[in-house]
Design a protein around this ligand. Structure first.
Ligand SMILES: *Cc1c(COP(=O)(O)O)cnc(C)c1O
Ligand SMILES: [Zn+2]
Length: 443
């Protein structure tokens, strides 16, 4: 894990003193309320810089804040007066106050859809909502995380934007880089869906398909960062990972605000690396600390595809560590066999009284069609995984149908047409005559 940039950088360890961190931090104003990077394992603090692993223990680094506590009413008003995108939450993100002036795709503020038809079908009586992130600029939740990482890359003077991707991230990076005037060079496994490949390539950056799985792609990117070639590169989910992760918090903020500044009882969230799930929990905790919502218990459930379910397997076995697997599922955007945030997901799910469950590919397709048929929302395979797991959690009694639940749809079905096209098509193909229509038995 140790890399050249990390080893040669002068790192100050600051014991809980935020003012001296700021004094050591050359980019202070560019990161708004963020004051440092902090190790999730041992708490060691580092200046805000493009590093991702602790020098003391190799634990992952995350952004630490001096949050605007003390005036929840004022903060709520300020947020509500903000733009209809993630930058309304700038006071809680590692970005400058004037961030919307910059060239950015400005994602977020996607619909929270009340899903009464799906609720009825699933037997949910406590209220059900779909947080539909297919409405983002490149049609997945990844625009949120890229938006933050891009601003960090700009501040650090990085000129090439890159990533290891299961598909959606490559498209989000390509689009964001195109708009912001960065060079982009993104890496994907060679066997992705056509929709994802085209969406990653169309923005004009370089797209490199790697002969291997996502985990091979990710390992390759870590090597590239340590090589002189990687000088000046911002890998949004590797050396910019602490900033990237913060983008997912905006899902928690939006859900709470769209519910009228309150928390739901249950959230069902898909797991690839597990970053999104852990950061949604971080966002919910911040909302409580800030007094923006009433402090109440909530339960977080994780969703995986059976063909790549290392976190679900660890949860069911009662393990704290996640044993890597070799993915084999149609839910390719979730096909990370060695999820970096797996152990933290297990902590959160257990702390909140939730569960991690998985569904097979047939159930994924059924769930995509169920959501489409009941609510008019066409989800990608990741959405099928999440809705499929919601159904399974109710059937097995692990999720209380009398409680209020929010389920995430993180991507658009048009990107994964292959999943449903073998079992979806015209009801009939006929000559253009009324007689033929009658003969088809559809009149
Ligand atoms: C990346 C992705 C996720 C979740 O990713 P994490 O690595 O767990 O943060 C979920 N859904 C879709 C569609 C994705 O592309
Ligand atoms: Zn550490």
């Amino acid at each position: 894990m140790r890399r050249k940039g990390l080893a040669t950088m002068a790192v100050q360890t600051v014991a809980g003193n935020t003012t001296s961190v700021s004094a050591e931090n050359p980019h202070e104003a560019a990161f708004g309320p963020a004051v440092a990077l902090s190790c999730r394992e041992c708490g060691t603090r580092y200046p805000l810089s493009p590093v991702f692993a602790c020098q003391e223990c190799f634990g992952p680094l995350e952004v630490a804040y001096d949050l605007p506590l003390g005036d929840p009413e004022g903060l709520r008003k300020r947020i509500e007066a903000g733009p209809a995108n993630i930058w309304r939450y700038a006071p809680l993100l590692p970005v400058p106050a004037d961030v919307t002036e910059k060239q950015n795709l400005n994602p977020g503020w996607t619909k929270l859809v009340r899903a009464d038809n799906l609720a009825r079908e699933l037997g949910i009586t406590g209220g059900l909502y779909v947080k539909d992130d297919s409405g983002n600029p490149t049609h997945s939740f990844k625009d949120r995380v890229v938006a933050i990482a891009l601003e960090a890359a700009r501040t650090f003077g990085l000129t090439t934007l890159s990533c290891s991707s299961t598909g959606n991230l490559a498209g989000a990076v390509g689009a964001a880089a195109a708009r912001a005037g960065f060079r982009s060079c993104v890496f994907i496994p060679h066997d992705l869906e056509e929709g994802k490949v085209v969406m990653a390539a169309v923005y004009g950056g370089e797209l490199v398909a790697i002969e291997g799985s996502y985990d091979d792609v990710n390992r390759f990117c870590s090597e590239l960062i340590g090589d002189p070639i990687g000088e000046g590169w911002g890998f949004v989910n590797v050396n910019l990972r602490p900033y990237y992760g913060e983008g997912s918090k905006t899902l928690a903020y939006e859900i709470a605000e769209q519910l009228g500044w309150r928390l739901p009882d249950n959230l069902v969230i898909p797991i690839a690396s597990g970053s999104q799930l852990t950061k949604i929990d971080k966002g919910l905790q911040e909302l409580i600390r800030l007094g923006l919502v009433e402090d109440k218990p909530y339960t977080i459930y994780g969703a995986q595809a059976e063909g790549c379910s290392p976190v679900s397997a660890a949860f069911k076995a009662g393990h704290d560590v996640v044993r890597p697997v070799k993915p084999d599922t149609i839910a390719k955007s979730l096909a990370i066999g060695n999820p970096a945030d797996g152990p933290y997901v297990l902590d959160i799910v257990r702390r909140t009284g939730g569960a991690v469950e998985d569904v097979d590919d047939t159930q994924v397709v059924d769930a995509i069609k169920l959501l489409a048929r009941t609510e008019g929302i066409f989800a990608e395979t990741a959405g099928g995984v999440t809705v499929g797991v919601l159904r399974k959690l109710i059937e097995t009694g692990l999720l209380d149908p009398a409680a209020e639940t929010v389920v995430l749809n993180t991507g658009d079905g048009l990107k994964t047409l292959d999943a449903v096209s073998p079992t979806t098509g015209p009801t009939a193909t006929i000559r253009p005559t009324v007689a033929a229509f009658r003969e088809a038995g559809l009149a």
